[in-house]
Design a binder for this molecule. Sequence first.
Ligand code: IPE
Ligand code: IPE
Ligand code: MG
Length: 269
Amino acid sequence: MTLFPSATQDIPPIGEVPRHIAIIMDGNGRWAKKRFMPRVAGHKRGVETVREIIKACVERGVSYLTLFAFSSENWRRPQEEVSFLMQLFLRALEEEVANLHENNIRFRVIGDLSRFDPQIVDLIRRGEALTAGNRALTLTIAANYGGRWDILQAMERMLAARPERRSGFSESDLSAHLALNYGPEPDLFIRTGGEQRISNFLLWQLAYSELYFTDTLWPAFDAAALDAAIASYRQRERRFGRTSEQLQADSVLERPREGTRSPAAKENA
Ligand code: IPE
Ligand code: IPE
Ligand code: MG
């Protein structure tokens, strides 16, 4: 059993602010290229955006933020770029984990860590342990992550947990073993950089997420751009298979529309 409702098994709670935002941070290379800089300058600048978006999510009351930092397919990039990204990740771990902890942020990493340098794995594990009790936001970095890898590793762990069992599995039997089993499914998925694809991100969990694509390149994505994504999200009618009429009849499930927040709530945000 997982702690969180699955969009296919139950109707998840719908709030004014998405509880979980998952982002494909794309467009670093193009941002740099437009400025006649090397691609890696875009990655460096992208780390600053990560800082700004984490802060904005805390301020807006988002509970879970999941960022796609390196896909299982990104090893196909030129070796110099891959090693630059690893160095950047290492440095960010060294420099940022204490800040996250000070800001009551829980830090997690999902992905196949077996390909990472042991020094990176050690910093990840220590950061996760240090911040495990924090509650302002759960920040998950997806590193060497692939949605297909995740489903396969979950299946293997599910089978290993009950070797005698051959059939009759439920969705929650599997989802309990997914890498992100400690959080709800994303309400809002954002991809920057103009491409409209999932690129093997959270394949299982995105089943009923609202999808938002923007041409803004990741280094240029800021709090205002995040607000535009959240505003779009608020306009969506999340039906989860039901009809619009059913939603209107069931006022308990109706969520406040944009502009209905009280000024006091805004001030406190
Ligand atoms: C996203 O930006 C960062 C990673 C995938 C690590 P890109 O590096 O993909 O930038 P573009 O898409 O080439 O502009
Ligand atoms: C997706 O971006 C992965 C990350 C942002 C980490 P890519 O730039 O690798 O995606 P594709 O190759 O364009 O689909
Ligand atoms: Mg890209």
